[in-house]
Design a protein around this ligand. Structure first.
Ligand code: NAI
Length: 260
């Protein structure tokens, strides 16, 4: 009879890098990881915004450092990832979360090309670049974990959203491909597909529209909270989650489960 050794449900002492961590789900993830004892690299476009999150984490007794990082900038990714590894002595966890909305009608001409390029750069290309930059340190971790944030737009499509849908669908494929390539090294790669979540990205959707959409489309009849996604991310990065890889997991209030 095989005995299962005790499996750790703690990320205390682990080093995590979170992109887009100054707002919404990234912020919630950084705060949750820090409250669980991880050392968190809070990265986002604006240094001051990252500093504010780090101050919040420090005020509640957690460990974090702020790094300005535009994930569309390949050189910046390489140098920030190296800085994080130097500052914290390694990297165990990468959460690719930074994102933009990218609605654009197909007949928008050159604007469409611009939006396509931006969507693919920020939502998809950045994910593989972050992972490739972090690999030397992930390979030294005994519980290396990668979580990519995609969207339910990777599982279905809202009209007028093709750049976002294509980039997010790419994230699910990238997740599977990386899971297969890195599996032999024990590195897990998983993908979360959030549904409608109350974050900066959806803050301009009027409350009435949010309520109507949630009632019509989700099983739970409500928008989700960023913390509800962060908790799934936490579950996937636990050392105990070592046999979950290549998974694409909706955290969507039942949006994808509902037909009518
Ligand atoms: P948010 O707008 O609250 O946070 C996104 C963060 O990403 C911001 O702090 C922003 O500054 C940062 N960011 C944008 N471009 C960046 C760049 N080039 N480099 C570095 N950071 C950059 O939005 P939210 O909702 O928390 O977004 C997190 C992820 O969740 C995104 O990938 C988004 O596409 C995805 N998502 C959001 C959903 C929602 O309903 N809010 C639903 C499904 C997926």
């Amino acid at each position: 009879m095989d005995h299962c050794p005790p499996l750790s449900r703690s990320i205390a002492g682990r080093v995590a890098i979170v992109t887009g961590a100054a707002s919404g789900m990234g912020r919630a993830t950084a705060m949750l990881f820090a409250s669980e004892g991880a050392s968190v690299a809070v990265t986002d476009l604006d240094q001051n915004a990252c500093d504010a999150i780090v101050a919040e984490i420090a005020a509640s007794g957690g460990t974090a450092r702020a790094y300005a990082l535009d994930v569309a900038n390949h050189d910046a990714i390489k140098s920030v990832v190296a800085d994080v590894a130097k500052d914290f002595g390694g990297i165990d966890i990468v959460v690719n979360n930074a994102g933009i909305s990218a609605f654009c009608p197909l007949d928008a001409g050159d604007d469409y090309d611009g939006m396509w390029d931006r969507a693919v750069a920020i939502l998809l290309t950045a994910h593989q670049r972050m992972v490739r930059a972090a690999l030397p340190w992930l390979r030294k971790s005994d519980a290396a974990r990668i979580v990519n944030i995609a969207s339910t737009e990777a599982l279905g499509a809202t009209p007028g959203d093709t750049p976002y849908v294509a980039a997010k669908t790419g994230v699910t494929g990238l997740t599977r491909g990386m899971a297969v390539d890195l599996g032999k090294e024990g590195i897990t790669v998983n993908c979360i597909c959030p549904g409608p979540i109350r974050t900066g990205m959806t803050s301009n959707v009027p409350e009435d529209d949010k309520a109507l959409y949630a009632r019509r489309r989700t099983a739970l009849r409500r928008y989700g909270r960023p913390e509800e996604v962060a908790h799934m991310t936490l579950s996937l990065v636990l050392p105990a989650a070592g046999f979950i890889t290549g998974a694409v997991i909706p955290v969507d209030g039942g949006l994808m489960a509902r037909n009518a």
